[in-house]
Design a protein. Sequence first.
Length: 243
Amino acid sequence: MEGLAVTLKAPVASFRRPLDLNFQRTLLLPPPTTCLGIAGAALGLSDRELWAPPSPLRSLKVAVLMEPSYVTSRDPAVSKDLWKIMKIKKNKKITIERSPYFRELLFFVRYTLLFTASENLLSQLEGAFLDPVYPLSLGREDELALVEKVRRATFTRGIPIFRGTIVPGDFREMKVRVRLSPGIRIEPPSVEKLPTEFKLDKGGIRQPLKPKVFTFIPWETRMEIPDIEAYAFEDRNFTWLNS
């Protein structure tokens, strides 16, 4: 299977869990919609063009691998940042309130995004990531990412042992074996139900569609999940998230 591998790094990134409010935790890796959004930004697609039925990215399959931090050579550092939202209320008179919340941030991250599609679309994406139309970000618009490497790849069948990646489904409902070795720090995976598509209403507000459950596997946790179809890239295994 022919595809494209794009490695990005960023000093700061965050991927808010959908149901978090006052304490906005981050996912460890960019979810499928973020990966598609990055591809759309590289191609110069607006939000409406990206999620419209005739979008050229409808056929694009995505996966993501966490890489070691480019500073520590381990998993990325996590910290909390205090923010304040200014709320303007208009009744008989205008009042301003400030609402504090914490947001988790990842530092010095590196990810490899994997794509497969038609040869024509892969060629377009390869050129777009080398010279993006819009700035690329990992999370919020001001969390800019730098493209380190863009390369063509051939994905072969892998073995279902995963680490530092996302797999579809809830690992608690699967047959799972955790691979242990001396000195390995085990961090439990997290499970989230996330949209796989969006629809924009007349006001340009995104409405989530086609929710799906995903398991986020940390960098140092190795999980064998025999029921998942695995593919290999270099020395890592992954599975497609929107197939």
